[in-house]
Design a protein around this ligand. Structure first.
Ligand code: AMP
Ligand code: MN
Ligand code: MN
Ligand code: MN
Length: 278
């Protein structure tokens, strides 16, 4: 059987739960032959993942960079980047500062709620997480008995319209794609179907992404509805973007994002991954 390809995954350096070496070991047992580690806004796990990969699979150094577009939070995956690139690391350091300030603000807002009575749920997250995300905060709220599940934590405390919702301004698409390309990487628009955008706006986003130098769209992901699958394939063809495939794996306990298991690339779309096999 052909080896599987998975160009989107997370380790515990961002909001995944596994150390890079365990992620790589799991990928090998699932038959993945080409794996990208794409932690949110950090490349800290790349060296460990590469060491663990050895000859057992081919590791693509990557990163999933947070950016903003028309007030929406958009994720752009950089694949095949040089993690030692200075402008890239400067960009990631600035994002980390924004993240830490945002998580601290959310914690302070929640601490003022009667339910928390002065207790700040962000303190432990800021002390422990390499890249603090709202997912960490949601898990901390579950662990502290403040929510039943991470989804419940977003619904009650973190999501839009709740006491802990803090909007964030992120760098734009142009500078994000530029920093990825400057580091020798290919820019991939992550999970385009998950943004809350009309189909017209999503088309505009793809066009701007292409103009900025974007290379591919994620078109092959787990649990994609047939309708979304054909929408993404159409967007890739229309905007002359290659196709990427990735699970967005975070943790073994989440069965709907299984590492390395997802649909094939649709017909008529150029796969991005041969660029990593030469
Ligand atoms: P952050 O990068 O800190 O804004 O955290 C974003 C992550 O939080 C996303 O990648 C999702 O995994 C999760 N998330 C954001 N909004 C929600 C929501 N409404 N419900 C559940 N999870 C969410
Ligand atoms: Mn995540
Ligand atoms: Mn994402
Ligand atoms: Mn991701």
């Amino acid at each position: 059987m052909d080896k599987l390809i998975d160009l989107h995954s997370h380790s515990h350096y961002s909001d995944g739960t596994l150390p890079p070496a365990e992620l790589v070991a799991l990928a090998v047992t699932r038959g993945v032959g080409l794996l990208a580690l794409t932690d949110h806004d950090t490349t800290a796990g790349v060296a460990e993942a590469r060491d663990a990969a050895g000859e057992s699979l081919r590791l693509v150094p990557g990163v999933e960079i947070t950016c903003g577009w028309r007030g929406q939070e958009i994720h752009v995956v950089g694949l095949g980047i040089d993690a030692a690139d200075e402008p890239l690391q400067k960009h990631l350091a600035a994002l980390l500062d924004l993240r830490r300030a945002r998580i601290a603000t959310i914690g302070a807002k929640l601490a003022r709620q009667r339910h928390f009575a002065g207790r700040d749920p962000a303190t432990a997250v800021l002390a422990d997480a390499h890249v603090p995300t709202r997912t960490h905060l949601a898990r901390a709220l579950v662990a502290g008995g403040d929510a039943r599940s991470t989804q419940d934590a977003f619904d009650r405390w973190l999501g839009r319209g709740t006491a802990g919702h803090v909007p964030q301004q992120w760098p734009g698409i142009e500078s994000t794609v530029e920093v990825i390309r400057g580091a020798g990487g290919h820019a991939v628009l992550a999970h385009p179907h998950r943004y809350k955008l009309s189909s017209g706006a999503l088309g505009n986003l793809c066009a701007e992404f292409r103009t900025a130098g974007g290379a591919a769209l994620e078109v092959s992901l787990p649990a994609l509805s047939p309708n979304d699958a054909s929408r993404l394939a159409r967007l890739a063809r229309l905007h002359d973007l290659a196709g990427s495939a990735g699970s967005d794996f975070h943790e073994p306990g989440l069965p709907w994002r299984p590492l390395g298991r997802f649909a094939k690339l649709p017909e008529g779309i150029e796969p991005l991954w041969p660029r990593f096999l030469v």
